[in-house]
Design a protein around this ligand. Structure first.
Ligand SMILES: [Zn+2]
Length: 431
């Protein structure tokens, strides 16, 4: 299998979890992690990237990449700008500081910004297409290469940091007759000062880093069923790897058909497909607590007899858990749950998305949480643009132009759209 297919497969599985059937298989082991000296660990590795997106939040604002251009939303001035320091620049060609030569994932340690360029070799060995990490100042200036990976190396899903090193799972392989072969996976750390790389342990093919500390790592494994039972009992396992003792402890496991899991800051949240109960599992101690009763959720949405909903956990901030329920017909309902008093609200804050063939509703999306307020995506319009090709020919197309805003967590939870402070769009490269 070519590697790119493995990524697509993983994406499919994430979606598949939402829509898969509901065969209850109640077996959830609860192991206790026996740490040296009886200490408990809390997750100190900070998650730097969110797989499938290219964006990062810092104290002062939010960076993201769109149309191969780095944008910055500044909370103080409530403006969205191209991350370019040249006042005369129109941000349209390669001389612009904000322009990237190819797709990259942006992340920040809080002190500097980084760009991870996944490999774009497509079976070639062009050196300018290997995986690479660049570093730059927070204003986008002084961008330079920080680390260049070996040919065919690529990072699996997300990067984490303890402030000193980057932590991630690295996939290496060889190329034989135009096919990637001999896949190897290892958990590594990469020093942010010296760029020295060190292997922590070998990993399985479907193993993902979910946080931890510099000595204990929270990992997830996908256990595939035998070929003939495809899609029936794919299992997820959450476990802790102890680097010093070199041992693994299983914390929790669940079936693809019975629940959906969501990892956040050293905690695993499991939403049961049948009952909608949400449990919170502390990955360091293995301790399990019931967070929200499904009855509370069901009474809020008033489901009819026989109606099926599939839950997915969308976002967890300090005080609120956001929950999306997808009906078999595809219709969605969105709920917020106050984690302190378990009060539940249904959300209706949404915008319309129109394409040539379709029109549908999208709920406001929380992008970042900061000082009691959320940065949200709250609208989109298709803007017509004209591209001029190298032969002088012109083609028309549209690009989606998203609207962003800041809103207090309370206003968002209460569904109060008037509380929104819109972000002003400046420097849009397609304008
Ligand atoms: Zn520029």
């Amino acid at each position: 299998m070519r590697r790119v297919n493995a990524f697509l497969l993983a994406a499919f599985l994430v979606l598949g979890m939402i829509f898969s059937g509901c065969t209850k298989n109640p077996s959830t082991p609860q192991s206790q992690l026996e740490l040296q000296g009886g200490n408990t660990v809390s997750s100190s590795l900070e998650q730097l990237t969110k797989w499938g997106t290219s964006s990062c939040a810092v104290q002062s604002g939010y960076y993201y990449i769109e149309q191969n251009t780095i944008y910055y939303i500044d909370y103080a001035s409530q403006k969205r700008i191209a991350l370019c320091s040249r006042p005369e620049c129109e941000h349209k060609d390669e001389t612009c500081d904000a322009k990237l030569e190819r797709y990259a994932v942006i992340f920040s340690t809080g002190e500097q910004l980084y760009l991870y360029y996944p490999e774009m070799l497509g079976g070639s060995d062009a050196q300018d297409a290997v995986s690479r990490i660049d570093v730059m100042e927070m204003d986008g200036s002084n961008r330079k290469t920080f680390y260049t990976f070996d040919l065919y190396d690529t990072i699996i899903e997300d990067l984490y940091t303890d402030g000193k090193d980057l932590y991630f799972i690295l996939n290496s392989c060889d190329l034989k007759n135009g096919e990637y072969v001999n896949f190897r996976y290892e958990l590594v750390r990469l020093n942010l000062k010296t760029a020295e790389r060190e292997k922590i342990k070998d990993c399985a093919e479907n193993e993902f880093l979910m946080g931890g500390t510099s000595d204990y790592f929270f990992l997830k494994k996908l256990i595939y069923p035998p070929e003939e039972m495809q899609n029936i009992n794919l299992r997820h396992q959450a476990f802790v790897y102890d680097r010093l003792d070199q041992k693994e402890v299983l914390i929790e496991e669940w079936d693809n058909a019975e629940a959906v899991g969501y990892f956040n800051k050293g905690k695993l949240y499991l939403a049961d497909y049948d009952t909608f109960d949400v449990a919170q599992i502390d990955l360091a101690s293995g301790q399990r607590a019931d967070l929200v009763q499904g009855e509370e959720i069901l009474s809020q949405i008033g489901t009819a007899e026989g109606e099926k909903y599939f839950p997915s956990l969308k976002y967890i901030s300090e005080k609120y858990l956001y929950f999306e329920l997808t009906q078999s017909s595809g219709e969605k309902r969105m709920l917020g749950i106050d984690l302190e008093n378990h009060r539940t609200k249904e959300f209706t804050l949404s915008y319309q998305i129109r394409t040539d063939h379709d029109e549908y509703e999208q709920f406001w999306t929380i992008l970042a949480s900061n000082n009691g307020q959320y940065l949200v995506c709250c609208g989109v319009q298709e803007v017509p643009i004209v591209d001029t090709l190298s032969n002088g020919a012109q083609i028309s197309r549209t690009v989606p132009e998203y609207q962003y805003g800041l809103i207090t967590q309370q206003d968002f939870f209460e569904g109060n759209a008037e509380g929104l402070v819109p972000i002003e769009n400046i420097d849009l490269v397609w304008r």
